[in-house]
Write a protein of this length. Structure first.
Lengths: 319, 357
């Protein structure tokens, strides 16, 4: 039986003004450092680094942004000793889930101890012109083989509707010096994503052999308040089980789902026994879904259980 | 699927645009012609140039050719991974999203395939194969396509406008060419053939030796390369990985029928061969295949365009042992040991008279 893969660490670089450390690489490095600290792991333990952001500092298209991030994080940067492979994986707003699926497969081969996925959006060029598709942000997760079965990622599903591919586009026009970022979002986009949400959830639940009723929480990309308000009707899951942070967390493209998971982690009272559905939407048009199971043995769930136990003990002492 | 089961290249597709541009003609188009004899220094005589076609078109053409030779239909593919660096999919536009793989999948009819792009500089196609190997071994895909179309000549044209002096960082942009390549990968039914090992490593301390971005001085994209430092750094490190993968495969130098390096330039390949010879303390067997003289540096596609050439001329045959070597910006060092099944025979049978290029 295949061993599962779980999130051993989660780090975020939340949207907001920065005087220094701007741009996609700086955001990813910041999120990556927090992620390693969260997992209690050293950089040298990361065997594969996948970056899934869309926009890039200075619109650099080579080398992979992941190489700059690997350098920034100090992950096995030389050719001697432990090794790391880093590369970029691009699929718009679904890139991080695509990367998670790929990394789960690579970890299950058994030759890697840990792998990191980063995503970030931004441009460090102070003279950059053009539309920005979203505010700057960064997110990172560290994946490892689960300590025991039943923890971590379940199935993944990806649905692409190529006929709608032109509805989302982010390009750099090279007609002028330094390039100009141009982002196009069709007004009917959210409707199409809502249409796709139900079927991608059907597929991932069927693969896991569970029903909608067994999903404790849906963590969707925070597309917009209107989108999240219509999502329960579109997917047949009650609104109270769908994480809506749109009031405080803007849509951040590739990082959105994992920033929402980060926020959920801050707010959620308890993880053990919960099944979460991660739901991303991106260009292509693509909808992606993955199930995730928290249980004892999961580092994040155990950490929260310890916090609860400590709080309970302290309350008892006070009483 | 068994963890150690090998994957193989079930089909190969190559596309070279018809128009040929010689090094002399490219140099003649420079506003300030470099004083160097680049043809002598690099060994690159000519390259193919896409006219009226963009990166995605080159990828689609290669993908169609790979499907023509394959026993699979497009609808059988579980994944399409596009690894182009030069996503010049329209005039003066570089595409971040949607994934170019989606467009390729749509054009070829791969309706059931998962699609995403991978960028890992010139090691992109080998990285895509590494990813597919993981997905196939994990049972997440049965077969998939890794495809790339490189429309590099817009970067060369920027260099012809912007080169200012003999040591200009854009000089290496004059060694580029256009082309497309695609491979269909599945589980190898024969344990003796397929990929034995596929190793990639990134030495990210050296990420500054080669990069590409929009020009600050005018329109177009540029490629800046510190070519000598890059080669020196690569040649200092890659021979150890070269030996390591041969040892892991259980091969000696004598077992190699072909070494297919990344085709940066003829001179760079020769320097690489010398570096390995120094490391081993003996000369390498004369089996290093170079296609840069005719196709120039086609970045991600270069290994597979070289295979196209040397399969068609009968150099590469069924059962041959091949070592693929790549050095890419990052710096990424990649090695793969591979034994061919009957693909070279099938490829020659299909394209020898027709001309895939």
């Amino acid at each position: 039986m295949k061993r599962g893969v779980y999130i051993a660490g989660l780090g975020a670089s939340l949207p907001g003004f920065r005087l220094l450390r701007r741009g996609s690489v700086a955001r990813a490095v910041e999120a990556g450092r927090r992620c390693l600290a969260d997992a209690g792991r050293r950089p040298a333990e990361v065997g594969v680094l996948i970056h899934a952001g869309v926009t890039r500092d200075y619109h650099v298209c080579e080398p992979a942004n992941a190489a700059y991030i690997q350098h920034g994080l100090g992950i096995n940067v030389e050719f001697h000793g432990a090794r790391t492979l880093s590369f970029d994986l691009g699929n718009g707003g679904c890139g991080m889930l695509d990367a998670a699926h790929v990394l789960c497969a690579l970890l299950q081969e058994g030759t890697l101890r840990a792998g990191m996925i980063t995503a970030s959006e931004g441009n460090a060029d102070p003279r950059a012109k053009g539309d920005r598709p979203c505010p700057d942000s960064g997110a990172a997760i560290l994946l490892e083989l689960s300590p025991r079965p039943g923890i971590g990622f379940g199935s993944f599903a990806f649905h692409t509707r190529g006929e709608y591919a032109d509805m989302v586009k982010t390009v750099v026009s090279l007609a002028e010096a330094r390039g100009r970022l141009k982002a196009h979002r069709d007004p009917g986009l959210e409707e199409r994503w809502l249409e796709m949400a139900g079927s991608v959830i059907d597929e991932v639940l069927a693969r896991d052999g569970i029903t909608r009723g067994q999903i404790d929480r849906v963590i969707p990309a925070q597309i917009s308040a209107g989108f999240l308000a219509r999502l329960p009707g579109a997917v047949g899951i009650p609104a109270e089980r769908i994480a809506d942070f749109s009031g405080t967390l803007p849509y951040t493209l590739s990082t959105s789902v994992f920033l929402a998971l980060h926020r959920e982690r801050e707010l959620c009272p308890r993880f053990v026994g919960r099944t979460v559905l991660l739901l991303a939407f991106g260009s292509g048009l693509t909808a992606a879904a993955a199930t995730y199971r928290y249980a004892h043995g999961d580092m994040i769930a155990d950490k929260r259980e310890k916090e609860i136990a400590v709080n309970t003990r302290e309350k008892r002492k006070l009483l | 699927m068994i963890e150690s089961q090998k994957i193989r290249i079930e089909s190969l597709g190559a596309y070279l645009p018809e128009q040929v541009l010689t090094m002399e003609d490219l140099l003649a188009s420079c506003r300030r012609r470099p004083p160097w004899d680049l043809e002598r220094i690099t060994g690159i005589r000519e390259r193919r140039v896409a006219v009226g076609e963009y990166a995605v078109d080159l990828a689609v053409q290669a993908a169609r050719r790979a499907l023509e030779l394959s026993r699979y239909k497009a609808s059988d593919l579980d994944a399409v991974i596009c690894t182009s660096i030069s996503k010049h999919n329209r005039e003066d536009e570089f595409h971040f999203e949607p994934a170019t793989a989606g467009r390729v999948a749509r054009e070829i009819g791969a309706v059931a395939a998962r699609v995403f792009d991978v960028v890992n500089a010139c090691a992109g196609m080998l990285t895509g194969i590494y990813i597919l190997q993981g997905l196939i071994r994990a049972g997440e895909a049965r077969r998939g396509m890794v495809v790339s179309g490189e429309h590099n000549m817009p970067i060369s044209r920027t260099a012809t406008r912007e080169l200012r002096h003999r040591f200009d960082g854009q000089m290496a942009a004059l060694t580029l060419g256009d082309g497309g390549a695609a491979v269909i990968v599945d589980a190898s039914p024969d344990p003796a053939s397929g990929f034995h090992h596929l190793d990639l490593v990134t030495g990210a301390r050296h990420d500054h030796y080669c990069y590409s971005r929009p020009s600050r001085r005018g329109p177009g994209g540029i490629l800046i390369t510190k070519a000598r430092s890059f080669q020196r750094k690569g040649n200092a490190h890659f021979p150890a990985y070269f030996k390591e993968i041969l040892d892991r495969t259980g091969w000696t130098l004598d077992d190699l029928d072909h070494i297919i390096p990344h085709q940066v330039s003829v001179k760079a390949v020769i320097n690489g061969v010398k570096a390995v010879a120094r490391y081993y303390g003996c000369p390498l067997p004369p089996c290093t295949r170079v296609s840069a003289d005719l196709y120039a540096n086609t970045t991600t596609t270069s290994h597979f365009l070289a295979l196209h050439r040397f399969i068609l001329d009968g150099t590469v045959a069924a059962g041959d042992n091949v070592l693929l070597v790549s050095g890419a910006s990052g710096i990424v060092i990649a090695h793969a040991t591979y034994t061919f099944d009957d693909l070279p025979d099938r490829y020659r049978g299909r394209w020898a008279s027709g001309g895939a290029a």
